[in-house]
Ligand binder design. Structure first.
Ligand code: ATP
Length: 503
């Protein structure tokens, strides 16, 4: 698993998808840049989402609100008081951990220990090995599970209740049961606010303390009535927005999965109070259908319903995706009640109510939200697409099987040789295609090597121009995933690509 993930990271760098920010200065932790291919893939994911949410729903409209917002917004939203992570430092290693993530580390460590026992036993018993029975009866494995699970369970409860003294004690107990850091010297657990602060204004006394927004949603809430009135929107309706969000994450690892600066694609759906259960279920279904439409395999997704709810929610679920490091949250669907609008009414003193002409009454609408990280979606798509394939002739190839609709480059045009007018014909084909798709030209190396390069780059089509092309105006189209080749008229190429890559 770890190796697979390393391959994903190095492939992303090698093929111009993702670079560490400020790399020549040794990088900046948990901040990344998207390069020539990455910027295209990201744009395509953004558009795929926007089209599904805004363009295809006549009751959802877009918004592009500013990153800076009035500081009281974050009081009203609860972020100033409650957007915290529990933090613990190890005094010996001087390492800082998020207490809840430390739990994941211990869980992984225990699983690795158990896997080791299983592997040992498998070797010893060979074909006669019964894994299920082994897991249930082997005293060492059962011991690990019982002891550790008991601690983890208590720890989960203490984290939920924010009983920070208890959290510290239980981490110490865990360390004894299953040494991970090799050190038992922990500080007390502290709450740490994740918002980045900054200042607006030049002179010291008139400067105003601001935050970089930790989510895009609040820009939607404060504009709710402006959009509703100017767009003459009728409930139920939604406002969608894609934009940067910033969080001072303590555990910054797992590549672009958890960054300090990232993009969110959020949609707030405004509804009648009382209809939230129905809309929550509807949006759970719709969002899962969106994911499945990309064809990345239903086995890679699952719902995780929250038992413990955030201060603003009356129901919440995650869509989890199978990343190289296991199932993790990709998107959240939250029934936020009237918490946000109600709270902004209180703090701003302005009415944020909707007059419902059918009911002939005014109310603060309820909200169901869908919130997905663009960068996380990028990682889901990229890691799921990267495969090593065994070929018939005992060789392997690396293919990035990106959904064609999302691929950064849709086609590469390859003249078989660099002479006899083939490059010129290839260029003519490019000049025709480039109005519709992102296409590239490649004439270096043998054509087989060029195919491999495009496979690894995720390009769904290679169009090869040869001598016959000059005579009969046909080319070969090679399909990335099947490696099948078709001879087609140059005039048909555009339609063939459109058919595969259009949304
Ligand atoms: P997590 O528990 O992983 O920190 P969260 O529950 O805080 O995530 P939300 O506040 O619900 O996340 O944000 C909605 C979405 O934004 C998440 O599902 C995720 O895709 C994305 N997201 C949140 N934090 C980050 C981050 N630091 N880097 C990249 N994407 C993020």
């Amino acid at each position: 698993q770890e190796d697979d993930f390393k391959k994903v990271i190095s492939h992303a760098k090698e093929y111009g998808y993702v670079f560490q920010s400020s790399e020549i200065y040794d990088g900046l932790s948990a901040v990344y840049d998207y390069a020539q291919n990455g910027a295209e893939l990201k744009k395509n994911i953004r558009e795929y989402w926007w089209k599904a949410m805004v363009q295809l729903n006549d009751n959802i409209v877009g918004l592009d609100s500013a990153i800076f917002m009035h500081p009281t917004v974050w009081k009203a939203s609860g972020h100033v008081d409650a957007f915290n992570d529990p933090l613990i430092d190890n005094k010996d290693s001087k390492k800082r951990y998020r207490a809840d993530v430390l739990v994941e580390d211990y869980t992984a460590k225990i699983e690795a220990k158990i896997d080791k026992e299983v592997a040992k036993a498998e070797k010893r018993f060979g074909d006669a090995f019964d894994k299920k029975q082994f897991l249930e009866t082997n005293p060492r494995v059962v011991g690990y599970q019982e002891q550790i699970n008991a601690i983890l369970k208590r720890l989960g409860k203490s984290l939920e209740n924010e009983d920070l003294v208890d959290v510290k004690n239980l981490i110490e107990e865990l360390e004894i049961a299953c040494p991970l850091s090799g050190s038992r010297n922990w500080t007390d657990v502290k709450q740490f606010n994740l918002m980045f602060g900054t200042k607006l204004g030049a002179s010291a006394d008139s400067a105003m303390d601001l935050y970089l927004r930790p989510e895009t949603a609040q820009g939607i809430f404060v504009n709710f009535l402006n959009v509703q009135k100017s767009g003459r929107m009728k409930i139920p309706f939604g406002i969608a927005q894609v934009g940067k969000a910033f969080r001072n994450e303590i555990v910054a690892r797992q590549f672009i999965f958890r960054q300090r600066e990232f993009e969110q694609m959020e949609m707030q759906f405004f509804i009648r109070p009382g209809s939230q259960k129905e809309w929550y279920e509807t949006w759970k279904e719709k969002r899962m259908a969106w994911h499945l439409s990309l064809g990345m395999g239903p086995e890679n997704y699952r719902f995780h319903d929250h038992e413990k709810l955030a201060h603003y929610a009356d129901a919440a679920a995650d869509i989890e995706f199978k990343f190289p490091f296991g199932f993790k949250e990709l998107e959240g669907i939250h029934s936020r009640t009237d918490f946000d609008l109600g709270s902004h009414e209180k703090y701003s003193g302005k009415k944020l109510q909707y007059f419902d002409p059918e009911l002939n009454e005014s109310y603060v609408p309820y909200v169901v939200e869908t919130s997905i990280g663009l960068d996380r979606m990028f990682l889901a798509v990229f890691s799921n697409s990267l495969v090593e394939e065994e070929l018939d002739n005992n060789t392997t190839r690396t293919v990035l099987k990106l959904p064609a609709v999302l691929a950064p480059v849709k086609a590469a045009v390859l003249p078989l040789v660099k002479k006899d007018g083939l490059p010129e014909l290839a260029q003519e084909i490019i000049d025709d295609l480039k109005w519709d798709f992102n296409v590239v030209y490649d004439e270096k190396d043998a054509v087989g090597r060029r195919y491999r390069r495009q496979d690894a780059n995720g390009t769904p089509f290679c169009i090869t121009v040869d001598h016959q092309s000059l005579e009969d105006k046909t080319v070969t189209i090679r399909h990335r995933d099947t490696m099948e080749q078709q001879r087609v008229a140059i005039s048909e190429v555009k339609a063939i690509i459109h058919k595969e890559v259009d949304m």
